[in-house]
Each structure stands twice: as structure tokens, then as C-alpha cells.
Write a protein that binds this ligand. Structure first.
Ligand SMILES: [Zn+2]
Length: 417
């Protein structure tokens, strides 16, 4: 089935991309075309047409906290092939504020970014500021860390800010509970997230040009997840996110909740797994049927001198690289690897923040290149082989393969040897 889909698509790529684009501007601001489905796993490769660009999935979306990625410009992000990146509503809503950004023609104009933007609801930041916040049916109340004023982030307020930012994808405000919390609070948060989704849908002033995604909650409880999936998939939203994971839960619980979610999510809509960015997690969760990912990890770890490579990571600051004139990864085509050696970056880290910039560029390039290779292997009908080769390179020996990853892959018919 997949091979036939692939052949049909190769002939018509530009034509169907154009009709996809038309579909976006005419009626709904999102169109998903499945380019290929892996005949073995649940993986798929899609073209996701959004108002500013057509995104090739599976896709990793870098996070730009305050409108720009720390240490990298919109220009550089574009030349690395990034088609969609994230803006943090909480930070942007506080400073410089939605009014100023609206006057700059939204976040696209403010950043001068021509491609797609996804904004979060602002709610997730509340988990990290939990000592300052209080959740009621109305919304999340918290004290501004900038001036101490009390602020209410309601579903309506979150959507109003995201409408001002003008993002291509907006996230609903959800009631976020840490994935390690158990008991009635998880059920309460799940039901409240459904009610808040309805308030977000009603509050969206631009359904013709901004896509609102629902966020599936339910903690690590399969029954609650199913109940949430059942309710939310009855709403006519353009896409779904799997939320409430990647917060320190056991990996075994994590992958089971992911695969349960993709089993129930509609095939014709995009599936975004929030907060996932480790290479192994990305490859496994693509196999489980997810299309979109985001995580601060690749850029955060770069600032500590940790470069992502096919065999794990390389700590540029370590002494052993002081006289090593190879690039970070000899096979990497990024501007950092084309120009600079490990020794140069090692020396630069002692004195200059430019070192962080160079490693950030490399790490984003690593993530985007990884996802492009994953996609190509799905299109070529060889994703299971790709996984085996990827794992062999990532771990020195098969007895070091993480048990959860082996189990998750076995659940979608990929045996690692
Ligand atoms: Zn590189």
C-alpha cells in the first residue's frame, strides 16, 4: 500500500502541493496530505499545508522563547531548512506584550519570519511557576514575575494573545498537571481541559487563518486518556496534540500513552507530541504514529557545549577536544561543521558566547536533518531498516538499547537485533 502511494505522489508532487496550498487559502487554514505510510509501523510522511508554508512531516519544531531562538537569527533558521518554529505565548504576552506585536503585523512581522509559527497557550509555563499559580474553573491565576501584579490567564485570554501574535497554529489552554501526579486531580484536569477547549474554540477570532489544536490529557491513566480522546475528537479542531507527558514519568508509561493516543486519533489530522526531542524518542514516536515534535533540549544543551551527533553527544568543553581539528561531526553539512573544528569551539567556549551560537546551529541542523532522513526512509518504504541502522550507530552495542524503546518498537513490529 505504501509503495503505491509513494509512486503516485512522486509523479505529482508539485501539482498536489499547489492544490494543497489552494485548499489552505480557500476554506480551512490547514490541509494534511498523507504522502506515504510505513507498511510495518504506524509511521507516516505527510505534507502539512499551513497559511505561511507547507511543512514536511515528521517534523521537529525548534523553540524560540522570546521571538528569536537564543543565539540564532530567523535568517539562519530559514537557511537550515526550518519550516515551522515555536513562540512562547507566556513570555511574549508579558514582554513585549501582545499589543506591540499586533502592531508589528503579528509575530511573523515582529520576527521577520516568513514561515510558520506555533504558539503555546502559556499554560505550560505555569507548571514551572507553580508556586505562583492557582488553577480555578475561570483560568490560571498567577503573579507576574516582572511586576508582581496578579494576572488571570483564562482560555479566552490565551486565545486573545495568540490571535494578536497571529500564529499559524495556536494551542488550547489546558489544565496542566505534572505527569508524576496521580489521583483525582488528574481526572479533574482532564475534564477541565475539555471544557477549556470549548471555550478556546468559541474565543478564536480568526478560525479562517489560525488553527487551534486540542491537547489530549489524562495523565498516565489509560481510561482517562481514552475518555479524553473520545470527547476531544468529537470537536471539529484542525489538529491534536498529545500533552501531559515527557515530565519525568517512566518511559514505559510514556510510550504506552503515546501509542494509545495515536490509535484513537483521526488519521486525517496532524498529531503533535509535545515536549519530545531526544533523538531516540523522536524515532520511536514517529514509529508510533506522531507527526510533530518540539523540545527545548537541543538548544538548551548546546549552551552547555553538548553537541548532538549520530553516536549520542559530544562535549565540546572536554579536554580531549583541545587539539582535535575535526569538525563536530565529519558527515554534518551545517555551517558550524563546514567551517570550525572541535579545537576551535573548545577554545571559544572559554571566552566567548559565540561558541554557544555555533553549537546551537549544529544541534538544530542535527534535529532537522534527522527528521528529514526519517521522512525520506518512510517515503522510500525502508523506515524499519532506518531504525535498525540508527540504533546501531547510537549505541555501542545492542545490550545498551533502552528496554522501553525495544518494547515500543516491537509493539509496531520492529524487532531490533
Ligand atoms: Zn554540524
Amino acid at each position: 500500500m505504501a509503495a503505491a502511494t509513494v509512486r503516485g505522489v512522486d509523479r505529482n508532487t508539485s501539482e498536489s502541493l499547489m492544490s494543497l496550498k489552494k485548499a489552505v487559502t480557500a476554506a480551512s487554514p490547514l490541509a494534511l496530505r498523507i504522502v506515504a505510510e510505513c507498511p510495518v509501523t504506524k509511521a507516516r510522511a505527510c505534507d502539512l499545508a499551513l497559511p505561511h508554508w507547507t511543512v514536511s512531516t515528521p517534523v521537529f519544531m525548534p523553540v524560540g522563547t522570546q521571538g528569536t531562538l537564543k543565539g540564532i537569527t530567523a535568517d539562519q533558521l530559514e537557511s537550515l531548512g526550518c519550516q515551522i518554529c515555536l513562540g512562547n505565548t507566556y513570555h511574549l504576552g508579558m514582554r513585549p506584550g501582545p499589543d506591540l506585536i499586533e502592531r508589528a503585523n503579528g509575530l511573523h512581522g515582529f520576527m521577520n519570519w516568513k514561515r510558520n509559527l506555533l504558539t503555546d497557550s502559556g499554560g505550560f509555563q505555569m507548571v514551572s511557576l507553580v508556586e505562583l499559580s492557582e488553577v480555578t474553573e475561570e483560568g490560571v491565576k498567577f503573579k507576574s514575575p516582572y511586576d508582581g501584579k496578579e494576572i488571570l490567564l483564562s482560555p479566552e485570554k490565551s486565545i486573545s494573545i495568540q490571535n494578536s501574535l497571529g500564529s499559524d497554529i495556536m494551542m488550547q489552554l489546558d489544565d496542566v498537571v505534572s505527569s508524576t501526579v496521580k489521583g483525582p486531580r488528574v481526572e479533574e484536569a482532564m475534564h477541565r481541559s475539555i471544557r477549556w477547549l470549548d471555550r478556546c474554540i468559541a474565543a478564536n477570532k480568526h478560525p479562517d487563518r489560525q488553527n487551534l489544536f486540542a491537547i489530549i490529557q489524562g495523565g498516565l491513566d489509560a481510561q482517562l486518556r481514552k475518555a479524553c480522546l473520545n470527547e476531544m475528537t468529537q470537536r471539529d479542531v484542525p489538529g491534536f496534540a498529545i500533552g501531559g507527558l515527557s515530565g519525568g514519568e517512566e518511559k514505559d508509561d510514556f510510550w504506552r500513552m503515546v501509542t494509545l493516543s495515536t490509535d484513537y486519533l483521526p488519521r486525517e489530522k496532524p498529531r503533535y507530541l509535545m515536549g519530545v526531542g531526544y533523538a531516540v524518542d523522536l524515532v520511536v514516536c514517529v514509529a508510533l504514529g506522531c507527526d510533530m515534535f518540539d523540545c527545548v533540549f537541543p538548544t538548551r544543551t548546546a549552551r552547555f557545549g553538548s553537541a548532538l551527533v549520530p553516536w549520542g553527544s559530544l562535549q565540546v568543553k572536554q579536554k580531549q577536544y583541545a587539539k582535535d581539528f575535526q569538525p563536530i561531526d565529519p558527515d554534518c553539512q551545517c555551517p558550524t561543521c563546514k567551517r570550525h573544528s572541535r579545537a576551535y569551539l573548545h577554545a571559544l567556549f572559554k571566552s566567548d558566547t559565540a561558541a554557544m551560537h555555533h553549537v546551537t546551529i549544529h544541534n538544530i541542523s542535527y534535529q532537522l536533518t534527522l527528521m528529514r532522513s526519517v521522512r525520506q526512509s518512510i517515503v522510500d518504504g525502508r523506515f524499519p531498516e532506518f531504525i535498525r541502522t540508527f540504533m546501531k550507530r547510537m549505541f555501542p552495542s545492542p545490550d545498551q538499547y533502552p528496554g522501553w524503546a525495544m518494547e515500543a518498537l516491537a509493539s509496531v513490529n520492529v524487532a531490533l537485533d
